[in-house]
Design a protein around this ligand. Structure first.
Ligand SMILES: [Fe+2]
Ligand SMILES: [Fe+2]
Length: 138
């Protein structure tokens, strides 16, 4: 499984959020490394500490992002929050089924990777102008 490298083209135009996205990728990469190193049943146990770290940080990031959107008066905030909530529900469900079945976390990593890249590239961009304005940068 491949790791994710943050690139300038992934910037959402808000430094604090770019920094959190970089942290997200770095913890995701730890999960991939852990999964690659420890395949099988033992691998899952080994990855669960990293999983907890990633899961907690995803929640922290969503909280921070939603607060920023709220403060900036972003007009599409409800749809954005719904996307965050649906994603949390999906990964919790998949993590449960992965834990239940065996040590294969490939599917979970693929879901995380695809969703994070897509969400950051498309949905997170939406708040940029609002937040920049509210921070006096436009
Ligand atoms: Fe978001
Ligand atoms: Fe984000």
């Amino acid at each position: 499984m491949e790791i994710i490298i943050w690139k300038q083209e992934m910037s959402v135009g808000v430094d604090s959020m770019d920094n959190e996205h970089k942290i997200l990728f770095s913890i995701y990469n730890d999960l991939v490394k852990s999964a690659n190193e420890h395949r099988g049943g033992e691998g899952l146990r080994y990855s669960s500490e990293v999983w907890e770290r990633l899961y907690n940080f995803i929640n922290t990031h969503f909280d921070n992002e939603e607060r920023l959107m709220l403060e900036s008066g972003y007009d599409d905030i409800e749809r954005h929050i719904l996307e965050h909530e649906n994603f949390i529900r999906r990964i919790v469900k998949m993590h449960e089924s992965v834990s239940f079945n065996s040590g294969n976390i490939l599917q979970l990593c693929l879901l995380l990777r695809g969703w994070l890249l897509n969400h950051i590239a498309i949905v997170d961009r939406g708040y940029a102008i609002f937040v920049q304005k509210s921070q006096g940068k436009q």
